[in-house]
Design a protein around this ligand. Structure first.
Ligand code: BG6
Length: 507
């Protein structure tokens, strides 16, 4: 997917960021664009037009981004000279996104930049706004002929893409009427993470895994994305979402698809996305009884983290004191195809848990016959492949080996590939990769309409069941725990337990 990337882009580019004064821009987008600038991955002629309702001058807007970059960029504080060169490319437009005049003005601003450059620019419209604005912005972009040239204009849609299957279908239908699919970039920032991209390299650039990568050798798979933070100031959004919509529908299912997909025949965006959507189609849709058997929901209560008292979810700002929204979800999924029949894929995610860590664990089946006497194998453990996505970035293979000594005693050893020890270059942030791919017109790491819909379709029975029946046990886990006890039971019933790597929480 990245083989075609060129360093210095020739074509002038304009990023229009709707929601320019928002959190996403200052934490993620502006630092990513700035880092692309430092990497010399942007063309000489580029501009960022941020829009917002607040009255700001260009200078004031630049200052707010400067602060965001200094605080959130992986490179730390900006260098004065670099910043001075960069900030002249940033512009601000005060805009009411419900008013047509805002788009007419935007058009003028884009035309003016193109006139200065004496060239047509490619324009990337980034919708970093609440989802209820997606339709009105999309319609106005089309009505004002801001994306007429389908080779030169793209529209990036942040998550959440829809609230359920029906709303996702409606949004897809609307976008499909207004734009060509090749212009639509549905973002899932997990796909831009370096370690996530490496799953495909690992699986398909090495011949040793494929023969083992199936129900004959793998016993079960775990995908765990746990977070230490609570909902913070996003309570209003999160109340209408919950862990299943916020994390499972997109990030966790995308990880699952990368682990479970068939081998693509080439590295093209369509081929890869076809193989991923095949997985979603093959996943078992649950009956009401299966939802009861295979899913667990949780909500955090009040607790202590690092000696500080933290509020329970129901006491967070913007949250209903009797909320039924889940902040933890665990599901045992099945993929009904030849490769994976009968192999459980356990996924879990939650907020205010003991550790911030995203890990995929592939546990292999045990040896068919033990030749070692029991006293040599006290710490016996089946082989595991552990892909640690963050904060540790590593892949480790857990094997049995003889402990040095006069006696035959076996213990578990790790063969580790870790990024820190192997590479000196720092991995780019997901948004850097994804913005560059958008400029390059590479949709591999973005979700296609049918993928988003298949993911919603899979989750609808769970969403229905959870919404139609209030949880009587909420809140059912405390901050700094591993979630509700029933989540342990979900996996323990099958004789397994959730795997965790020791991770330093204060990274
Ligand atoms: C976002 C969710 O998509 O992903 C957040 O809305 C979550 O609730 C975040 O915290 C996690 O992303 P990351 O990159 O920090 O793992």
């Amino acid at each position: 997917m990245h083989s075609t990337k060129t360093k210095q882009k020739a074509q002038p580019t304009i990023f229009v960021i709707f929601g320019g004064t928002g959190d996403l821009n200052s934490r993620k987008l502006a630092p990513a664009i700035y880092n692309l600038f430092l990497e010399k991955s942007l063309p000489a002629d580029f501009a960022v037009i941020g829009t917002g309702r607040t009255k700001l001058s260009d200078e004031e807007f630049r200052k707010s981004l400067y602060e965001g970059i200094n605080e959130f960029s992986r490179r730390g504080k900006t260098d004065k000279k670099d910043w001075e060169q960069f900030c002249g490319h940033i512009h601000y437009q005060i805009a009411d996104l419900l008013k047509e005049s805002s788009y007419a003005e935007l058009k003028k601003n884009i035309e003016q930049l193109q006139a200065e450059w004496a060239q047509e620019a490619q324009v990337i419209y980034y919708l970093a706004v609440a989802p209820n604005f997606f339709p009105v912005i999309a319609r106005n972009i089309a009505q004002h002929q801001l994306a007429e040239n389908s080779d030169n204009s793209r529209i990036v849609i942040e998550k959440p893409f829809g609230h359920d299957l029906e709303s996702a279908r409606e949004l897809n239908a609307l976008l499909g009427e207004l734009f060509e699919e090749k212009q639509i970039y549905r973002i899932d920032h997990y796909l831009g993470k370096e370690t996530v991209q490496n799953i495909m390299a690992f699986r398909f650039a090495n011949s040793m895994f494929e023969p083992l990568w199936n129900r004959n050798y793998i016993e079960h798979v775990q995908i765990s994305v746990t977070e230490r933070l609570g909902v913070g100031d996003r309570g209003g959004y999160y109340e209408g979402s919950g862990a299943l919509r916020d994390m499972v529908q997109n990030h966790l299912l995308q990880l699952l698809c990368l682990v479970a997909m068939e081998t693509p025949t080439n590295f093209g965006a369509e081929e890869i996305r076809n193989r991923k959507v095949d997985v979603l189609h093959a996943m078992r849709r649950f009956s009401a009884e299966e939802v009861r058997m295979n899913t667990v929901r949780g909500q955090y209560g009040q607790g202590w983290i690092e000696g500080k008292e933290v509020p329970g979810y129901r006491d967070e700002t913007g949250v209903d004191p009797e909320s039924n929204t889940e902040t933890f979800a665990a599901v045992k999924f099945f993929i009904d195809n030849w490769r994976w029949q009968g192999i459980p894929f356990y996924v879990r995610t939650g907020k205010r848990l003991h550790q911030t860590a995203s890990t995929i664990t592939i546990q292999f089946k045990d040896v068919p016959h033990f030749i070692f006497p029991p006293e040599t194998t006290e710490t016996w453990q089946q082989n595991r492949l552990i892909i640690s996505i963050q904060p540790e970035m590593s892949i480790r293979m857990q094997l049995q080996a003889k402990r040095p000594g006069l006696e035959m005693v076996l213990n578990t050893v790790d063969m580790v590939f870790d990024y820190k020890g192997t590479y000196t270059v720092e991995a780019p942030e997901a948004y850097e990769t994804l913005l560059l791919d958008t400029m390059d017109g590479d949709q591999t790491l973005f979700m296609r309409a049918d993928q988003v819909e298949a993911a919603w379709d899979l989750l609808m029975p769970i969403l229905h069941a959870w919404e139609s029946k209030r949880s009587l046990s909420f809140p059912n886990y405390s901050a700094d725990s591993w979630g509700p006890e029933v989540a342990e039971a979900l996996i323990a019933r099958d004789g397994f337990h959730w795997f965790t790597l020791p991770v330093n929480n204060k990274k």
